[in-house]
Design a protein around this ligand. Structure first.
Ligand SMILES: Cc1cc2nc3c(=O)[nH]c(=O)nc-3n(C[C@H](O)[C@H](O)[C@H](O)COP(=O)(O)OP(=O)(O)OC[C@H]3O[C@@H](n4cnc5c(N)ncnc54)[C@H](O)[C@@H]3O)c2cc1C
Ligand SMILES: NC(=O)c1ccc[n+]([C@@H]2O[C@H](COP(=O)([O-])OP(=O)(O)OC[C@H]3O[C@@H](n4cnc5c(N)ncnc54)[C@H](OP(=O)(O)O)[C@@H]3O)[C@@H](O)[C@H]2O)c1
Length: 505
């Protein structure tokens, strides 16, 4: 095995959210590096936490999980608000003097490979060459609004959930919310409080996770090793014996899921029409949206006399509302609406950066299911990495470990396996992901929540670091993922003479 073939002298990072900032911090001090620039198309850092989303949004996991590994989180709320996370990003930039490397208001519009470099076409009409490019463009900043007939004749307002910036937009209005992800549930809760009436139209109601389950804080279940081992098959790198035991255990796990699901249902006790048609195990594994909610608030919203829910789909707009097909009764129902909120999620934006040929080699299936070595590096496009494309619900720690892993690789701190071994890794990983059910829309780059530890441990083992989560194996087994446990990882890929100092010298 050889060292990574390319020791880049220049690096471009695209995206100034938590992933891009952590990549900048990790890569800034690489040996050989002469130039590093983070391009952010908006006028501010912070990515999804910039404040451009529905009123009152924030992290759905606790500050112990969702805060920068190298900064204290004690001043954040237990569930940090978007505003707090934005300030946390600013603290990060200031603490580590990252600002000189960040170019705000510059959009990278196109990436073209040639002469051992990537040429970046920028929105001001200029272009710049870099040896290595890190894509940290996020998964949730390009709104998805489905096309619904009759929109032009609708007299009310059509919003995406991320446009619901102020409660005034729904106050004392008749509101329809479309979707059943976390955004939809939060917009529904907001409208149930503020609006004259609200109707939630959900085509596929999903399982919702409570912040506490049977009195236990959710992170002690969903983000622990013991729970992952209890409910999911062993990770792809498990020994033959563990996989054999996993197979033996499979029927027991299936039984456990069957027991957990009705208990979870009773926990919220929502209208029957909202009972999911798929299993909880499938939802968590497949990459379907996972919403962690305050059960009391959800129940209160559904119980309000002005709040209604329909399992079904919007067929079209009428002048004064929407026509909905109720999937339970097969009837068409007209709902009056002044405001229709499409909480229908986002589409990814990285693919529009490449020409068709590059795209075809990056994403041969054309469905976004990229095969990335360690979920970071495309196998056939040199000089490119994705940081933050993996979804885990603890993306801030995941992108931190990915950035540190990448820095260590580029600094030749560990060996770069030959192509055959990299492909074998990808195939083994895919086989393992498919062992429970077909891959979801994000392909393999979705890590089922409780299995995030296994993925992070795998990256840490390349860095010769022990497993995260505390020094005692027993504590490690039962403790939830916490950002502070990853501090030993910081700086593992770094050298020595920081770029700033070299530039000044
Ligand atoms: C409302 C909401 C709540 C969420 N809550 C949680 C949570 O509780 N826990 C969790 O783990 N995850 C949560 N997420 C997921 C969240 O996206 C990640 O946690 C994390 O913030 C992603 O960071 P990122 O840096 O990868 O992407 P982003 O934060 O999306 O940052 C990407 C940045 O790239 C910039 N960019 C994109 N394209 C270009 C370009 N061509 N040129 C220049 N700049 C570009 C964008 O402007 C953006 O600033 C939530 C997402 C949303 C939308
Ligand atoms: N921390 C927080 O508080 C918080 C808040 C908001 C969002 N988030 C995160 O941000 C990400 C995005 O969440 P999101 O809720 O905005 O989007 P999402 O999870 O992608 O959910 C989109 C919803 O819209 C529905 N939908 C999509 N297209 C539709 C169509 N054409 N017609 C009808 N319904 C349609 C989907 O239904 P189908 O399932 O049938 O496709 C789904 O219910 C998630 O990872 C989420 O966890 C977190």
């Amino acid at each position: 095995m050889a060292a990574f073939p390319q020791q880049p002298q220049s690096i471009a990072i695209i995206g100034g959210g938590v992933a891009g900032l952590q990549a900048l911090r990790a890569l800034e001090n690489l040996p050989e590096l002469e130039k590093i620039v983070l391009f952010e198309k908006s006028e501010d850092i912070g990515g999804v936490w910039r404040g451009q989303n529905y009123a009152g949004y924030g992290a759905q996991v606790k500050r112990e999980q969702y805060s920068f590994v190298e900064l204290s989180s004690s001043h954040l709320d237990v569930y940090p608000t978007a505003r707090q996370l934005k300030l946390h990003c600013e603290d990060y930039v200031q603490t580590f003097s990252l600002r000189p490397f960040i170019r705000l208001g510059v959009e990278v519009q196109h990436l073209q490979r040639g002469n051992g470099c990537w040429r970046l076409a920028l929105n001001d009409g200029t272009s710049e060459d870099f040896h290595f490019v890190v894509l940290a463009v996020g998964n949730f900043n390009q709104k998805f609004l489905p096309e619904v007939s009759g929109a032009e004749s609708f007299m009310g307002q059509i919003l995406h959930s991320s446009d619901l910036l102020e409660p005034e937009l729904v106050r004392e209005h008749h509101v329809v919310v479309v979707g059943y992800g976390k955004s939809a549930l939060d917009c529904f809760i907001l409208a149930a409080k503020e609006a004259s009436s609200v109707t939630l139209v959900a085509r596929s109601p999903a399982w919702i996770l409570p912040q506490r389950f049977l009195g236990i804080p959710l992170e002690y279940l969903a983000s622990t090793r013991w729970f992952a081992n209890l409910v999911f098959p062993p990770y792809h790198d498990a020994s033959f014996l563990r996989r054999f035991l996993g197979d033996l255990f499979w029927p027991f796990q299936t039984l456990l899921w069957w027991i957990l699901s009705p208990i979870l249902w009773v926990h919220f006790w929502l209208p029957w029409s909202m009972l999911p048609k798929f299993s909880l195990r499938w939802q968590l594994w497949h990459g379907h949206s996972v919403s962690i909610c305050n059960a009391q608030k959800v129940k209160e919203a559904f119980d309000k006399p002005n709040a209604h829910c329909i399992r079904g789909e919007i067929l079209g707009f009428t002048g004064t509302g929407v026509l909905v097909e109720d999937a339970t009764t097969k009837q068409h129902i007209e709902r009056k609406a002044d405001v229709v909120v499409f909480a229908t999620g986002y589409t990814e934006c990285w693919s529009k950066l490449f020409d068709q040929e590059t795209l075809a080699s990056l994403d041969p299936a054309g469905d976004g299911s990229l095969e990335l070595y360690k979920l970071i590096l495309p196998s056939n496009l040199p000089g490119l990495a994705f940081v933050g494309r993996v979804l885990t619900t603890c993306d801030i720690v995941t992108s931190f470990v990915q950035a540190q892993w990448l820095a260590a690789l580029l600094a030749a701190r560990f060996r770069w396996p030959p192509e055959v071994l990299r492909n074998a890794w990808s195939q083994r990983y895919r086989r393992w992901r498919e062992s429970v059910g077909p891959l979801g829309p994000r392909g393999q780059t979705f890590v089922a929540v409780p299995r995030v530890f296994s993925y992070l441990d795998e990256l840490l083992s390349d860095l010769d670091l022990p497993k995260s989560g505390g020094s005692f194996s027993c504590r490690r087994f039962f403790s939830p993922l916490a950002a502070r446990n990853f501090t030993p990882v910081a700086g593992r890929g770094q050298k020595l003479v920081p770029l700033k100092t070299r530039a000044e010298a």
